[in-house]
Design a protein around this ligand. Structure first.
Ligand SMILES: [Fe+2]
Length: 232
């Protein structure tokens, strides 16, 4: 989808014409103190994803990354006070920073886009149809991209790119992969920790369960947010 495709959607965006924006508060990068976000749904009520799996994933992997990012951020600040620290040593901290920032962002999107009924709707559905021809064509490619990561690790992410104005299903084999300017709309964790407890190695059944629980209202909210920002 090019810019023209998005343009045809804009008149349908409720409130887009009159929306006023305020500059976000910029937080300090090299400090700790980040707080994990709570699960936005009742973990006991997902359809086919167990509470034990979701809580283990949220507590161990997501919160683990928030804590690690806080620790790395604090250590970078300390390291920068040492003028003799070799850059190659600092590079280890920067690599871990990139890894953990990606993990926190992607996990917050993942848990944020669960808890729904799996029924695609809204302007994002119209955009998907424009970009892929039909919802089914999009879902087929999304599932195939996800399954390309089965048995290993990574993320399958529907993104809207602020530079190319395209919707793409993005393949990412770790937390650090992703085309520059691709904003996540729908994130599917394909690391084994996200499904092995419930599904063993049968990743396809996990993807089925994920699709049944997608919160498309949240996906649409994300889409409207990024489109409005690129409309001006
Ligand atoms: Fe994960």
């Amino acid at each position: 989808m090019g810019a023209g495709g998005i343009g045809t959607l804009l008149p349908n965006l409720a409130g887009a014409q009159n929306m006023t924006t305020t500059a976000p508060q910029i937080r300090a990068s090299m400090t700790g103190g980040r707080e994990p976000k709570p699960l936005p749904f009742d973990a006991a009520k997902l359809n086919g994803l167990s509470e034990k799996l979701i809580r283990s994933h949220w507590e161990n992997n997501y919160i683990g990354s928030v804590k690690a990012l806080n620790m790395i951020s604090e250590r970078m600040a300390v390291a920068m006070k040492d003028p003799d620290l070799p850059p190659v040593v600092y590079g280890g901290l920067k690599r871990e920073e990139l890894h953990r920032v990606g993990s926190v962002i992607l996990h917050e999107h993942y848990f944020g886009n669960l808890g729904g009924d799996g029924k695609a709707a809204g302007d994002v559905l119209s955009a998907i149809k424009q970009a892929f021809g039909s919802y089914d064509a999009w879902e087929t490619e999304f599932r195939r991209t996800a399954m390309a990561l089965a048995g290993g690790s990574g993320w399958c992410v529907l993104t809207y790119n602020l530079y190319t104005y395209e919707l793409r299903n993005q393949w990412a084999w770790d937390h650090m992969h992703g085309a520059i300017a691709g904003i996540p709309l729908l994130a599917l964790d394909m690391y084994e920790h996200s499904f092995h407890m419930d599904f063993g190695a049968t990743a396809a059944k996990y993807v089925d369960a994920f699709m049944r629980n997608v919160n498309w209202q949240e996906v649409d909210r994300r889409f409207q947010g990024v489109v409005i920002h690129t409309a001006g």
